[in-house]
Design a protein around this ligand. Structure first.
Ligand SMILES: *Cc1c(COP(=O)(O)O)cnc(C)c1O
Length: 377
């Protein structure tokens, strides 16, 4: 039996045809009709006016912070429970991340802690300049509360929607919140360009500036002239073609991942100490990954007992993202709260959730999780 992966790329003949079309079109470059096409289709998919196709989601976060004018001496509030890229972008611009714990309801940035800390920043005479929220495992943060707070305190909101393309929050698409949002098309994400990402925004100036910075910041002149620090962050036309064929298939992919989540809940929800990432009312998560938590006191076993058993059978599962405030690299940073994300990290396990995962495969995963519980019971 072949290895079962957490979230492998899902590619097929339509993707192959799209790459061939781009190849035959002759634009073998980081520009061309496929890049333009992908940008407008991504904007449409996220309810935005503009898209900028980039080399990665990390690049989108980096360019977002630069465009917001964040730099040395600034402090940026970042959700602690996330992949390192969300925080690393803050370091790239020389600013300082301050981490915020998650709320139990959505596993995303706790709006009460955010409000307290925005206030604290003002009291200390060091007002925050920006907030990076994360739509963890494909579930939006509580934007009905976070967006007005950011407006009230005049901070730039950037949405890290890398895991959430195709999700909605109160009917609005993930990627539509804040001044700009970052999307990722890494090989393990919901759609992939093998590696790639995008910024989506409603601001024509933001889109133009991000595009300018991503193509080496060349001033309009016949010679090469630069007044700003540029980057080589543009997506290639070949990969943009792949992104378009993948995006065409987005709703099927989200439906499949959601069906895995429904299946795992039904198959494992009765086990002692087992819970799943909640999906609050008004949210429609992509369930990029299905994540369960195992309370060791109730279950009599730990997340790692399950993980190691699955690994011994060539089934990949992973702990949750390790919160940034527990990372050696960020050990010196300020943390607001921390118990919720630390607890989720201790007990949480991501299960195989890709859109290529077969019914027989997920049944096998669930069966083997039950084997571990049966042994310890
Ligand atoms: C994948 C991911 C990113 C980074 O995207 P890349 O395209 O790999 O650079 C950023 N934030 C989160 C939450 C992610 O999951």
């Amino acid at each position: 039996m072949s290895r079962i992966y957490l979230s492998p790329p899902d590619v097929g003949p339509a993707d192959h045809a799209a790459i061939s079309r781009a190849f035959e079109g002759g634009w073998i470059a980081p520009l061309g009709p496929e890049v333009d096409g992908l940008e407008s289709e991504l904007a449409a998919a996220t309810g935005r006016s503009h898209g900028v196709a980039l080399a990665s989601g990390t690049a989108a976060l980096h360019l977002g912070l630069i465009t917001a004018g964040i730099g040395a001496g600034d402090r940026v509030l970042v959700q602690s429970l996330t992949f390192a890229a969300s925080a690393n972008a803050v370091k790239y611009v020389g600013a300082e991340p301050v981490f915020v714990d998650s709320e139990a309801a959505s596993w995303n940035m706790d709006p009460d802690l955010l409000a307290d800390e925005l206030d604290e920043g003002l009291r200390e005479g060091r007002p925050y300049r920006a907030v990076i929220t994360v739509d963890l495992y494909g579930q939006c943060a509580d934007y009905d509360r976070i967006v007005p707070l950011c407006e009230q305190y005049d901070v730039v909101l950037l949405e890290d929607a890398a895991e959430a393309l195709g999700a909605t929050y109160r009917g609005r698409p993930a990627g539509s919140f804040g001044v700009a949002a970052a999307l990722s098309f890494n090989g393990n994400k919901i759609i992939t360009t093998s590696g790639g990402g995008a910024m989506v925004t409603d601001s024509a100036e933001w889109a133009a500036h991000a595009r300018f910075l991503s193509t080496q910041a060349r001033d309009p002149a016949p010679h090469y002239q630069h007044s700003e620090l540029g980057f080589n962050y543009r997506m290639s036309n070949l990969l943009a073609a792949l992104g378009r064929s993948q995006l065409d298939d987005l709703s099927r992919r989200v439906d499949r991942r959601r069906d895995h989540n429904r299946f795992y809940r039904e198959a494992l929800g009765d086990l002692p100490g087992v819970a799943f990432m909640p999906e609050p009312e008004g949210h429609r998560s992509t369930f990029w990954l299905t994540v369960l938590t195992i309370d060791p006191e109730v279950a009599g076993l730990t997340r790692d007992d399950v993980r190691l058993h699955l690994e011994s059978l060539d089934v990949e599962s992973r702990p949750l993202w390790k919160p940034m405030h527990l990372q050696p690299f960020y050990a010196d940073c300020r943390m607001v709260g921390g118990a919720v994300s630390a607890g989720l990290f201790r007990d949480g396990l991501c299960l195989p959730s890709g859109s290529t995962l077969g019914d027989d495969q997920r049944e096998r995963v669930a069966e083997e999780v039950r084997v571990v519980f049966a042994r310890s019971g």
